[in-house]
Design a protein. Structure first.
Length: 306
């Protein structure tokens, strides 16, 4: 337990460092964008602000996910990290739309840009984002929220590269339109990076089967266990981005019914080994099992409850 807590403390410390780092980057790019007149730099500052929000939400979402269950919240607060990731992704969509609208306005009313200042601030932003990406690289696969925060930082590093390229083009050619083009490209990057998070978080909210798990294949796996004649009322859903739950009824013959504890144990082991499902509720049935049940039967049953 101590080692487990130490890992969480280390992860929280890394998040804290990146939060402070990105607050500095956001302030620098916002000031630099206003002084230089670069919308691309201001867009990058907006994306960095969303990075700060993402990191803060990731921090509190992760802490909430570790909170113990209560009598009212029997699953605990594991979905806090999904909720915060969803809010974060929606904020990204709003930011991307704002950037496109602002770019259109500046196309109609062009503004001069100080390319040297734009380049200097963008370089500082790139270094800060690369450092943030390196700090959080270990945590990016742990939860949907950690992945959302990591994606923010990664895409913002790419956006900083684009801004630097744009600054060089403006400095050499004076072609200010490249700043608006880069702004729209950054906005599209922000928009598309948010869609996968929204889709995955929405699937958790709707209690859909997790990505990568074929429910029919799960049914066949359960039905292949010795003494299991069939499976029905099968439900597979996500409690959080990292925990999958399952419930089902399994059919046993009357003579095998007395061995149901061993059969249930075998089902649990198969689910854990094949799909990583540790939270499963298995209900055995004997003579009351419907005759039409087959191995892959997934017919819904009215009145069924987990």
């Amino acid at each position: 337990m101590a080692g487990h807590d130490h890992k969480h403390d280390a992860s929280g410390k890394r998040l804290g460092i990146t939060i402070l780092l990105n607050i500095g980057i956001t302030a620098a790019e916002a000031i630099g964008g206003v002084l230089s007149g670069s919308l691309a730099l201001l867009s990058d500052a907006g994306h960095n602000l969303s990075d700060v929000i993402a990191l803060i939400l990731a921090y509190f979402g992760a802490r909430g996910a570790r909170m113990k269950p209560t009598k009212r919240s029997t699953y605990g607060f594991k979905r806090l990290e999904v909720v915060t990731a969803f809010i974060n992704a929606l904020a990204l969509v709003a930011i991307s739309l704002f950037i496109v609208i602002e770019a259109f306005g500046r196309y109609k009313n062009p503004q001069p840009i100080q390319a040297t200042l734009m380049l200097s601030i963008a370089a500082i932003g790139l270094l800060g984002n690369l450092l943030s990406v390196w700090i959080l690289r270990r945590d990016r696969h742990k939860t949907i929220n950690a992945r959302a925060a990591f994606l923010h930082l990664l895409y913002d590093a790419l956006a900083s590269v684009a801004v630097i390229i744009g600054g060089i083009v403006i400095l050499l050619s004076g072609w200010y339109l490249v700043d608006l083009i880069l702004s729209v490209i950054i906005a599209m990057m922000i928009f598309w990076s948010s869609l996968d998070i929204i889709k995955e978080a929405g699937g958790v909210f709707m209690e859909a089967a997790p990505k990568g798990i074929d429910v029919d294949e799960v049914a066949r796996t359960i039905a292949s266990i010795p003494k299991v004649k069939g499976v029905h009322h099968l439900h597979v859903w996500s409690i959080s981005s990292s925990q999958v739950a399952l419930s089902c009824h399994i059919c046993l013959s009357q003579e095998d019914f007395t061995d149901y504890p061993a059969v249930i144990l075998a089902v649990h082991e198969a689910l854990r080994e094949a799909y990583g499902i540790d939270h499963a509720t298995i209900q055995p049935e004997g003579d009351q099992c419907p005759e039409h049940i087959v191995q892959s039967s997934l017919r819904p049953h009215h009145g069924d409850h987990r």
